[in-house]
Design a protein around this ligand. Structure first.
Ligand SMILES: Cc1ncc(COP(=O)(O)O)c(C=O)c1O
Length: 358
């Protein structure tokens, strides 16, 4: 009996709508993990990790790639590779990196980039996740001499903008603003494959003007663990040094890389399914009176409920075996269809929500 025959989705007891990071590995991924050829990745000798890194570099047509444990780790070590102490990074004020990695809330502990002396230059971001060009220009032309911007971070698709997509013209515009000052672009492409599928453009073309890309295997791609950073040979060597310093080195990581290889082979079909399901969810939500749903472009569906206590609705949904609710402490909800969910699950969610809000 193979691993895939033993496995069943019966084990997933809840309809899970909170994040794409809840998808369970497919039977094909589990088989690949079971059979993975492994070695010591710390010595660069894990064949499965090496294959995954080669495939990733090839997809984005960059020179090199490195496998890391998470999206946050990939963004952080990229930032550290670009900046030295007292440098700054241009970054969207609504981005994941600014809000989660540079901590805006002074009452909380400082983030690592700030401990290391890297300052964020936060730029206004519009409703599509596009950075304000005038503000970027302002930061570049009025540089405080000891706070030189060494990198600009762009997010595509943009989570808090509702999974919106920046197209090639947007990417060109951003490139034109920074290139004359030799400022590289790092793309937080945690969901770049969603953007590429939504635009019907290859990931390579969409990221042609970016110097490095972080993408996640463990979100829309459905793998259990991991992300990759891709870029030039020199840049990736530096990123690997930071990975080691921050205790990010792994050993027989081929076990998880094997699932990533399957994810990269199958992503087109699986992401198209997620987008169709997100559109279906949007359509069903539009039927409900007390729901204001934002236009859906990819796999993220944001909405607000016209009810007194949206948190209570979320608790009641949980009693009905549905995990869905406000995104962090915001009253805005984020729902994310992913591998393993079906139209029937969406219908059950809509019917349940309808009875709870009426
Ligand atoms: C746009 C974006 N970038 C990076 C990350 C961080 O990824 P991870 O959760 O793997 O650290 C997230 C996580 O939600 C994200 O939405």
């Amino acid at each position: 009996m193979t691993v895939s025959q033993e496995f069943s989705f019966e084990s997933q007891k809840y309809i899970e709508l909170r994040a794409d990071g809840f998808s369970l590995p497919s039977p094909e991924m589990r088989d690949a993990m079971y059979r993975a050829e492994v070695g010591n990745d710390g010595f660069g000798e894990d064949p499965s990790v090496n294959k995954l890194e080669e495939m990733s570099a090839e997809i984005f047509q960059k020179e090199s790639a490195t496998f890391v444990s998470s999206g946050s780790m990939g963004n952080l070590i990229s930032l550290l590779a670009y900046c030295k102490e007292s440098d700054s990074a241009i970054i969207g004020n609504n981005s994941h990196t600014y809000n989660r990695e540079f901590n805006r809330d002074q009452s909380q502990k400082q983030s690592l980039p700030q401990i290391l002396g890297i300052q964020p230059q936060a730029v206004k971001t519009d409703r599509r996740g596009m950075l304000d060009v005038e503000e970027i220009n302002g930061f570049i032309t009025h540089v405080i001499s000891d706070r030189k911007p060494r990198v600009m971070i762009v997010e595509n698709t943009h989570n808090l903008a509702g999974g919106k997509v920046l197209n090639i013209n947007d990417m060109d515009t951003l490139h034109n603003v920074v290139t004359k000052s030799n400022i590289p672009i790092h793309l937080d492409g945690a969901r770049i494959f969603n953007a590429s599928i939504a635009l019907d453009i290859s990931p390579e073309k969409l990221t042609e003007k970016t110097d490095s890309v972080l993408f996640c295997l463990s979100k829309g791609l459905g793998a259990p663990v991991g992300s990759l950073v891709v870029g030039s040979q020199d840049f990736i060597s530096e990123v690997k040094e930071w990975k080691k310093i921050l205790s990010g080195s792994m050993k027989q990581a081929g076990v998880i890389a094997a699932a990533g290889i399957v994810a990269l082979k199958n992503y087109e079909t699986s992401i198209r399914n997620d987008h169709q399901l997100a559109k279906y969810l949007e359509k069903r939500l539009l039927e409900l009176e007390k729901v204001r749903v934002e236009p859906v472009e990819t796999n993220l569906v944001y909405l607000e409920l016209d009810v007194d206590d949206p948190f209570k609705i979320s608790e009641k949904l949980k009693q009905k075996r549905i995990n869905a609710g406000p995104y962090h402490s915001d009253k805005r909800w984020r729902l994310v269809p992913h591998y393993g969910l079906t139209k029937n699950d969406i219908d059950y969610f809509i019917d349940t929500l309808y009875t709870l809000i009426n």
